[in-house]
Each structure stands twice: as C-alpha cells, then as structure tokens.
Ligand binder design. Structure first.
Ligand code: HEM
Ligand SMILES: *[C@@H]1O[C@H](CO)[C@@H](O)[C@H](O)[C@H]1NC(C)=O
Ligand SMILES: *[C@@H]1O[C@H](CO)[C@@H](O)[C@H](O)[C@H]1NC(C)=O
Length: 316
C-alpha cells in the first residue's frame, strides 16, 4: 500500500488510515460485519454460481435442497456459522462433526458443497468462505423449492477447530419441548424462531427410526419417508397443517402443539403459520437471517478455506 512504502505519509492520509482502522475494529467488536454486498466487488457472480450448481444437482436428486439447508443449521448450531461441520476427520488434530449421531448417516449434500466450492475457486480464488456457501445454498434451496427469498448476509470466515461436544448437543428428535426451547434460546432464538425454523421440515426425508411410528415391523431403520407427506418436495406451510392433524413425523415437531406447555407458547404460532403462508414465509426468512448471524468469524479471524473439507495449512 502507498502509505506503507512512502517515507512521508500526509496527515490527511494518516487520519484516513486511523478512521478505517477504527471502523474495522468497531465492526469486529460488535460482531455485525456481515453484509449483503460483501462479494459484490470480489466475486459478483457468487450467488449465481451457487444457484446453478444446486439447480443441476436437484435434477438427479430432488432431496438436495432440503439436505443443504440442514447443513447450514447443523453448522450454525455448533460454535456458530463457521463451516466446522464440513471438516473431514484428520486425526488427531481434527475430529469431524460428521460422525456424531445427529450427522452420521444423516447429514448429506457434502459432494454438492464441494462442486460449489470448486466452481467458486475457479471464478474467484480464495474469496468465498465455506460458511457463506452454506448460507447462500440455504436461501437458494428454499427459493428453488417454492419458498420465500431473503437477502443473505455474507462475510463469514471459516473456522479451524471442530466442536464435538457442541455437535453432540444438536437438537434431537426425542428432545421434549422445553429442551428444544432451551437449545434455541442459547443462540438467542425464541419460540417464534423455533416454530418457524422447524417449518423447514416441509421438505426432505427422515429415516423411519426417528419417526414417531419408529418404522413398521420388518422395515430397516434407515428406510426413508417424507417429512411432509402432503407436498414432499415443496417449501410451503403444509407442515403446520400436518401438525394440526397430529401427523408430524418427528416427536420434536408434534410437541410444539401437544406439549402441555405449548398452549401458551408455541401452539398459537403453529396456528398462525398454518393459516397464513405469507406470514410463515416472512417469519421463516427473518429467523433464517437470525440463525445465520450466530457467532460468525469476521475480519481476520479464521480463514477462507480452499477446500471445505480441510483447513488450509493441511493443503488440499
Ligand atoms: C428443532 C430442532 C430440530 C430437530 C430435532 C430436527 C431433527 C431432524 C431429524 C431427526 C431429521 C431426519 C434425519 C434423518 O432421518 O437422517 C431432520 C431432517 C431435516 N431437517 Fe431437521 N430438526 C430440527 C430443526 C431443523 C431446522 C432448524 C432446519 C432448517 C432450518 C431443519 C431442516 C431439516 C431438513 C430440511 C431435513 C431433511 C434433510 C434431508 O432430507 O436430507 N431442521 N431433522
Ligand atoms: C422473537 O423475536 C423476534 C425478533 O427477532 C420478535 O419479532 C418476535 O416477536 C419474538 N417472538 C417471541 C415469541 O418472543
Ligand atoms: C425403535 O425400534 C427399534 C427396534 O425395535 C428399537 O431398538 C429402538 O430402541 C426404537 N427406538 C425408539 C426411539 O423407540
């Protein structure tokens, strides 16, 4: 930079530098440096590149949009949206979150993330973080399935450690309502967010071993069923209608209506979302932005991984 190599930086230049540094540190301290325009100059096609890969992937695998939004959730709920979920085992230094019960044989879509990352590394090397890829993929997936659009905030950086304890503490389909509420409140997500975000179970699949029926006799535990048996691949508010009929697949879905404490907490929200799709869409978008804001690494924290499965010092 000119100021660094010049022997006589002008007072005006120094003042400018001071202001820039001050603004940068203020942003980092408040943790609010995510911005919708983050890649406008450095990678203007980022959104379109992510979108194109998902569009192609969902032709052969209609489940992919559901699988991708779930990755963003499982990333953000474990030490923040830092793409820690995407790291593969590299023992002893890195123990992958992919092997915890909530993810193993369950979280999927990782090869699609690899294709997105490779395309972005060709277009704008070393620029778009894996954590931001998950945030973009979540929005695009919802939109392609017929759901709402929202403005994705960007500028997250990728973390280097994983967090197995956090991953083991992901919400479970067997958690009672108060436990689900607590796990969401830990990230500043309230009852409206809990009810709205579980609305993502409007698409995607579930293994029968996790359903309230727990498979039928002789059915292998991994047999896939639709989470929303009315419109399995569409992002709409039918999920809440299913709850009203007592037909949620997961106990952790149905408790938002059936728990004795639900009547004065989550149940009224379920009714409102069931009765008004636009209202649900607006709230879902707002809650996704809140979830995407969980403890991002910004500024010079973390790194921009070249390969989402490995930290950079490990090469790729
Ligand atoms: C409230 C706590 C939650 C619990 C207990 C929970 C639990 C589950 C379970 C057990 C499955 C099926 C996994 C399998 O059979 O392998 C699942 C799938 C799914 N979850 Fe959740 N979930 C929760 C919240 C969320 C949130 C917040 C989102 C996104 C915003 C989400 C999106 C999805 C999607 C889209 C699928 C289907 C994925 C696919 O087909 O690959 N879930 N969830
Ligand atoms: C949850 O938080 C949002 C703001 O993020 C607010 O609009 C909403 O009313 C809150 N809901 C409850 C049940 O507290
Ligand atoms: C589901 O059924 C299997 C086989 O009967 C059993 O081993 C398992 O514990 C059941 N799971 C739940 C959550 O009840």
């Amino acid at each position: 930079m000119a100021a660094a190599s010049s022997t006589s930086a002008s007072p005006g230049m120094l003042l400018l530098l001071a202001v820039v540094l001050l603004l940068a540190s203020a942003g980092a301290a408040s943790g609010s440096t995510l911005s919708s325009t983050f890649y406008d100059a450095s990678c203007p096609n980022a959104y379109n590149i992510v979108r194109r890969v998902i569009q192609v992937a969902r032709v052969s695998d209609p489940r992919i949009p559901a699988s991708l939004i779930r990755l963003h959730f499982h990333d953000c709920f474990v030490q923040g949206c830092d793409a820690s979920l995407l790291l593969d085992d590299d023992l002893p230094a890195i123990q992958s979150e992919k092997n915890v019960p909530g993810n193993e044989n369950s979280a999927r879509g990782f090869p699609v993330v690899d294709v997105i990352k490779a395309a972005l590394e060709i277009a704008c090397p070393g620029t778009v973080s894996c954590a931001d890829i998950l945030a973009l993929a979540a929005e695009i997936s919802v939109e392609l399935a017929g759901g709402p659009r929202w403005t994705v905030l960007l500028g997250r950086r990728d973390g280097t450690p994983t967090n197995i304890e956090g991953a083991n503490n992901l919400p479970s389909p067997f958690d009672p309502l108060d436990m689900l509420q607590e796990k969401f409140r830990n990230f500043n997500l309230n009852d409206t967010d809990l009810v709205a975000l579980q609305g993502a179970h409007t698409f995607g699949r579930v293994q029968c071993q996790f359903t309230r029926e727990n498979c039928t006799v002789g059915q292998p535990q991994g047999t896939l069923e639709n989470l929303d048996q009315v419109t399995p691949n569409v992002f709409d508010n039918k999920y809440y209608g299913n709850l009203l009929y007592g037909r949620a697949q997961l106990q952790s879905d149905q408790v938002m209506l059936s728990d004795p404490a639900a009547a004065v907490t989550t149940a009224p929200i379920v009714h409102r979302f069931a009765g008004n799709q636009q209202y649900f869409f607006r709230n879902f978008a707002a809650s996704m932005i809140k979830m995407g804001n969980i403890s991002p690494l910004t500024g010079r924290a973390g790194e921009i991984r070249k390969n989402c499965r490995r930290i950079n010092s490990k090469g790729y």
